[in-house]
Design a protein around this ligand. Sequence first.
Ligand code: 13P
Length: 341
Amino acid sequence: MTDRIEEMIETAAAMVASGRGVLAIDESTGTCQKRFDTIGVECTADNRRDYRHTLLSADGLGEYISGAILFDETLRQQAPDGTSLVKIMQDADIIPGIKVDKGAKEMAGFEGEKITEGLDGLRERLQEYYDLGARFAKWRAVITISEGTPTQACVDANSHALARYAALCQEVGLVPIVEPEVLMDGSHDIATAYEVTELTLKTLFDQLFQQNVILEACILKSSMVVPGSDCAEQADAEEVAEATLSCFFNTVPASLAGIVFLSGGQSEVEATEHLNAMNQMGQLPWPLSFSYGRALQASALKVWGDNPKANVKAAQEELLHRARMNSLATLGQYDEQSENN
Ligand code: 13P
């Protein structure tokens, strides 16, 4: 084994080590603008830096958070005292990660479906990110459920791009997070979500195999199998946990380093409850953890937005609470009492 492969296997294991998960703060400038609009804060580079610095410097965050996914801008930013955010993370035992895709764009010829772009020039960008301190990367594909979608063509094209990205990451020593997000939007039922997630994961792992991706040095970031947000029949935590795990058992090789979840529009508590229910279902082939964006940040963002200068500590407390709750959920030890303490 080359040193680089060994290093990636170690990094991947650290990302999903017992009781720890990944914080996603890699919103593109456009998405960050949308989030800041909800709290009435202007979306300037300095404000984005201040917000993310607030989160990353929460005292003791590294106990629950193994790594954080950054946007390109953040990887290059410094705290007001001149310390780079990367250095702050390294000192807190939080591995720097980087979102490297260029976003999900309309897929030509396939109305209502998206294809993620960003492969051109990726090899050079990945090397730069490694040199800047990143040790893992993320690429998100979007799969939409509606009448007539997803098409096989969309699932194939996105899986192919994910696998090519993953192979390029491993070439430079970055652990790839492959994220095929099956969107919750729509009125489909949980059985449909199951079928689409199963097709997506089967196709993805076939492509990863074809592109020689080392699964021991790769992390899957998955959506959970949940009914569409407009479906009349919603599911409880047990049903979500059973459907999601059953889907993984049918599609995800046991050699994969780990699985983390996106929250995708679930509330903070729902996302924690679902993860907890899965980790209560006995021994699994892979560590099962979290890589939430909104479900880790929603309360912290709101508190920070109320008064960005005065509420730094209060916002950090909100983030630490959610990180601690999700840490408990990775161990199957989350309950209402911990939530309310
Ligand atoms: P959410 O948890 O808000 O879905 O974000 C996770 C993420 O990184 C999506 O790419």
